[in-house]
Write a protein that binds this ligand. Structure first.
Ligand code: PMP
Length: 425
């Protein structure tokens, strides 16, 4: 076992999956409430994905960017139809979310140089964010725990991490979410004005901060930020690696905020189980890359892109994003009922089927209940449910199941969670 593996690896050997259920090597079944880090949006081993992958895996696996292949071309066409920007768009394929973000940041800097003759070296991100584990993406990630013992990640020139609208834990008290949204949006203006030279290439943000603990910014936040970025000539990169492909009840998370980004990065739910990342950008921005400026060997991989084409078809036909919205509300309602009775539950928040339950050992002080959260995960596993634990304070239960989870499965999860939270309290 490599030391870089997650330290909380669960003692389960998964050998099979179907829909929202996985089975371990001993035949025990689990309802999967975490979908492999919020990735398997269309469910495990969806027949359409199997069909597409099987068709191409016996014909050709890989062609490289020097040649065309059919699934990657079809995928590009499908993506430009659904990307949340108007006008002409272009896409680029790579292998992971981190790689998509790295590429997007390179693109933003090239665009700054081309459009205004300055390199756009300064790049902004949010506290509590997660953008990947490569050098620049880890530097932009607003959580020290991903940089521990790797100081080089916190001294990369040009990176500015800005306080984010985690309203539940904000040291400033607000009477409503709109005030919180305004306050933290103006932090972006403040940092640009007082901490940069004014040559800001891009601001990268997750529409809902996933690894940070499912932090949902107030509805007005991104609109104000976008205006500030436009005033300073900086691009808005929406990191949709976790929020994309129906997870939040819309195709892309940013659509919940009525804002158009300049660049969108994707991975996870894009294939729902095979390695693929993508960058989508307004054509004017995308055209800043000259041929050869950027590439990735496996990028337009035939099998992965074929899986993604199937995923988009399934999401459209089964309207899974709409289902995520309805079932997400249902799930949250049940969780809020649990919260009313159980003071261990400090906050329930989310959008669609991207839900966070923050546990606190003292409601007034909001003391993070880290040990309790880990115990909840363990007891839930014993009862046959896989659940995520994380967040900036390590005390948030992450509920991000496959989007085709049924109401009955949600009811079972709510019953189990209610029991376990009572026991642990
Ligand atoms: N961005 C976000 C928002 C993510 O949630 C993740 C993965 N948790 C990444 C980037 C990195 O993706 P990958 O692991 O595919 O590199």
């Amino acid at each position: 076992m490599f030391p870089c593996m997650p330290k909380h690896r669960q003692p389960v050997v998964i050998v099979e999956g179907s829909g929202a259920v996985v089975r371990d090597v001993e035949g025990k079944e689990y309802i999967d409430l975490f979908a492999g880090y919020a990735a398997v949006n269309v469910g495990h081993v969806h027949r359409e994905v199997v069909k597409a992958v099987t068709y191409w895996v016996s014909r050709i696996h890989h062609t490289s960017y020097d040649y065309y292949n059919i699934p990657s071309a079809v995928l590009a066409e499908e993506l430009v139809k659904i990307l949340p920007m108007r006008g002409e768009k272009k896409v680029f394929f790579c292998v992971s979310g981190a790689e998509a973000n790295e590429g997007a940041l390179k693109l933003a800097r090239k665009y700054a140089l081309k459009s205004r003759g300055r390199p756009g070296l300064e790049v902004l991100s949010l506290r509590y964010s997660f953008h990947g584990r490569t050098h620049l993406t880890a530097a932009l990630t607003g959580q020290s725990k991903y940089k521990k013992g790797m100081a080089s990640l916190s001294v990369i020139p040009g990176v500015k991490v800005i306080p984010a609208p985690y309203c539940y834990r904000s040291p400033v008290h607000f009477s409503d979410p709109t005030e919180c949204g305004e306050f933290y949006a103006y932090m972006v203006e403040d940092v640009i004005r007082f901490e940069t030279s004014g040559d800001v290439g891009a601001f990268i943000a997750e529409p809902v901060l996933g690894e940070g603990g499912i932090i949902v910014p107030p509805k007005n936040y991104f609109r104000i930020v976008k205006k500030i970025l436009e005033d300073h000539g900086a691009l808005f990169i929406a990191d949709e690696v976790q929020t994309g492909f129906g997870r939040t009840g819309r195709w892309f998370g940013i659509e919940n905020f009525d804002v158009e980004p300049d660049v969108v990065t994707m991975a996870k739910g894009l294939t729902s189980g095979l390695p693929l990342g993508a960058i989508g950008a307004r054509a004017e921005v995308a055209n800043s890359f000259e041929p050869g400026d950027h590439s990735s060997t496996w990028g337009p991989n035939v099998v992965s892109t074929a899986a993604a084409v199937a995923v988009i078809k399934v999401l459209k036909e089964e309207k899974l994003h709409e289902r995520a919205r309805v079932l997400g509300e249902y799930f949250m309602k049940g969780l809020k009922e649990i919260q009313e009775e159980n003071p261990l539950v400090g906050d329930v928040r989310g959008l669609g089927l991207m839900i966070g339950v923050e546990l606190v050992s003292d409601v007034g002080r909001k003391t993070p209940a880290v040990k309790e959260a880990l115990e909840v995960r363990e007891r839930m596993r014993e009862k046959g449910f896989l659940i995520g634990v994380g967040g900036a304070y390590g005390s948030t239960l992450r509920i991000e199941p496959p989007l085709l989870i049924s109401k009955e499965q949600i009811d079972k999860a709510l019953t189990a969670l209610n029991e376990v939270l009572r026991e642990v309290r």
